[in-house]
Design a protein around this ligand. Structure first.
Ligand code: ADP
Ligand code: MG
Length: 567
């Protein structure tokens, strides 16, 4: 600590480069400070440092971090505590650029495994970025002293040492994590795809905010009696709600009655949510994948033949490539890629689907013969998918009753409340028979694994390797820009940053032998063993702000990489 004070005194008023001298390790009374990286100038990427407090000082209960789900919940809780305390330590302007800013990764509504905080039996460590104070390009040593020798220890004290009321809050968080895990276990045992607890708040504040809608017009979720299930949880009263079993589930109802909102909540249920989110007990099979149409995307040698055949000019659909997919071919490719990866359920909304991919009604069949239509619509494949591949579907479809024939259950949204109308729908299907010809053939068809080649992963930009993310939806990979906006279950920019690094890792292993799925799964095994830090080029130091994506979003990004080459 004294050593740091001396250096800061010495370099006061010098050019910014002299800040490099503070790189290193320092011992404070309560903690250790690691200054891993010092920015080259006040406008560059901020400096990265870590504070580490020994566990015998932090004094966290071992039950809070011994099991993985508790540790993730605790690390997330601590990250939020830091965010809150940093916000309180209102920014005191200290000069140019990002001068004087201390920050930590900012979680959204989901509880994700991230690199921001690490807790184990030895220590609790927080990864911070700071803007070292400067005036122009001149070092403001005194302000840096205030920041690193006073504000920072104060923050550590307030955010790593827990008060009694903090402990109560952590305990609550642990109970929530236990309950979420318990319900997920019951879901697996009983074969449910999704569970939506009564009382949940599904709508969000706005299209750009993921917080719960909080007006008096919110209609809380209420399960229909026929789908109502009660699950015992380790803490507190049993949880009652709507269980969606595997199979084919339709969500129907008038426009603006809450269909898409329900599906969105189910999409996000692959993650756990924080207390007071309104979706704490909206839980979904973690291998369920949202599928949408995405015209314009690239496709690299995907077998889309279960859905698309006999394209003009005899184009091969067993190994289909395009730089510019249509609505229907992109939706087919999205499904096939996720089947290749082993998803358990497809989540599809009419709002973001290609109509000609979803339906082809009796009249159209009568006018346009099957031989003239390359698309086998999803309606003729959805049952085969379930019966042969054990892949379920949840479909939002307000505009076509043809699916009544193939659905296992039909849920109607009416004024934001769900009703089980399965019997009525089946009756309607009998009375208003459509005389559609099934066009799906005898079997679903083949899912063909692909083997990425190393040459598709060139991340060089000029002389340097360049891999980075911009916001939630864009990855810069060497010279190519990768658009992830169709990956609707990607929820945090730190996941996107992680995917960027993971793509680089996959590139090192791709050899034309291992399948895309094997590559992805091997990487996850390794992360499971060594932690998320290992995907960072700065392993052993501040690894950057990263959060764990699912393998579906990682593979989704890879599949959209315009340089990808497979055999
Ligand atoms: P649909 O897909 O049936 O057309 P949406 O799900 O898009 O309808 O919902 C329409 C609007 O209603 C959205 O603005 C949404 O925020 C709002 N909404 C959805 N569910 C609820 C609810 N339970 N309570 C209040 N408003 C809701
Ligand atoms: Mg809708």
């Amino acid at each position: 600590m004294e050593r740091l004070r001396q250096i800061l005194t010495r370099i006061d008023g010098k050019g910014y480069k002299a800040y490099k001298d503070i790189q290193g390790e320092y011992r404070f009374p309560q903690f250790q400070l690691f200054i891993d990286y010092v920015q080259g100038d006040p406008f560059a990427l901020p400096s990265r440092l870590r504070v580490r407090m020994p566990q015998n000082r932090a004094g966290y209960q071992p039950e809070w971090y011994r099991l993985a789900h508790h540790r993730t919940a605790l690390e997330d809780w601590l990250t939020r505590k830091w965010v809150q305390k940093i916000d309180q330590l209102s920014r005191r302007a200290r000069g140019s650029g990002k001068s004087g800013l201390i920050s930590v990764d900012r979680p959204g509504q989901e509880i994700l495994k991230r690199t921001s905080v690490v807790v184990n039996g030895n220590f609790a460590e927080v990864r911070l970025t700071v803007g070292l104070p400067a005036q122009g390009r001149r070092i403001l040593g005194r302000q840096a002293q205030q920041m690193l020798l006073k504000d920072l220890p104060e923050l550590v004290e307030q955010s790593l040492l827990l008060t009694d009321s903090d402990c109560v809050s952590v305990e609550k968080r642990m109970k929530l994590a236990d309950n979420q895990l318990a319900i997920r276990q019951v879901m697996r045992e009983r074969g449910w795809i999704a569970f939506v607890a009564d009382g949940s708040i599904l709508p969000r504040e706005s299209g750009i905010s993921d917080r719960p809608l909080q007006t008096n017009e919110v209609v809380r979720f209420q399960s229909p009696p026929t789908l109502r299930e009660t699950v015992a949880v380790p803490h507190g009263p049993a949880v009652t709600g709507m269980a969606i079993p595997d199979g084919i589930t339709l969500i129907i109802g008038g426009g603006y009655h809450g269909k898409s909102t329900l599906l969105h909540a189910i999409e996000r249920g692959v993650y756990d949510h924080i207390e007071r989110d309104g979706r704490e007990y909206v839980l979904t099979d973690p291998e369920a994948v949202k599928i949408r149409a995405e015209d314009g995307r690239r496709v690299e040698k995907v077998n889309i033949s279960p859905f698309i055949n006999n394209l003009p000019f005899g184009r091969d659909t067993k190994s289909f490539s395009t730089e510019d997919a249509s609505g229907s071919t992109s939706q087919a490719a999205n499904i096939m890629e996720n089947l290749e990866l082993g998803c358990s359920c497809l989540l599809i909304d009419e709002d973001t689907s290609a109509t000609n991919f979803m339906i082809r009604d009796a009249r159209m069949q009568a006018l346009v013969s099957k031989g003239k239509e390359p698309i086998t619509p999803f309606i003729d494949k959805v049952r085969q998918l379930y019966e042969e591949k054990n892949v379920s579907s949840i479909l939002v479809l307000g505009g076509s009753g043809d699916y009544f024939d193939v659905a296992d259950r039909v849920i109607m949204m009416d004024h934001y409340l769900p009703y089980d109308v399965t019997e009525k729908a089946k009756q309607v299907a009998r009375v208003h028979s459509q005389r559609r010809e099934p066009e799906g053939g005898d079997y679903f068809g083949e899912i063909t694994p692909r083997r990425p080649l190393a040459k598709g992963f060139d991340a060089q930009k000029g002389k340097k390797e360049k891999v980075d993310a911009k916001g939630l939806h864009t990855i810069l990979f060497g010279r190519v820009q990768l658009d992830c906006s169709a990956l609707e279950q990607l929820t945090d920019p730190s996941q996107t940053r992680a995917i960027a690094q993971m793509l680089r890792e996959l590139g090192k292993r791709a050899n034309g032998e291992r399948t895309l799925t094997q590559l992805v799964e091997d990487l996850y095994l390794q992360i499971g063993e060594h932690g998320l830090d290992i995907i960072s080029p700065f392993y052993g130091q501040h690894p950057g702000d990263l959060a764990m994506p699912r393998k579906f979003e990682l593979a989704g990004a890879l599949n959209r990489l315009r340089s990808l080459v497979v055999k």
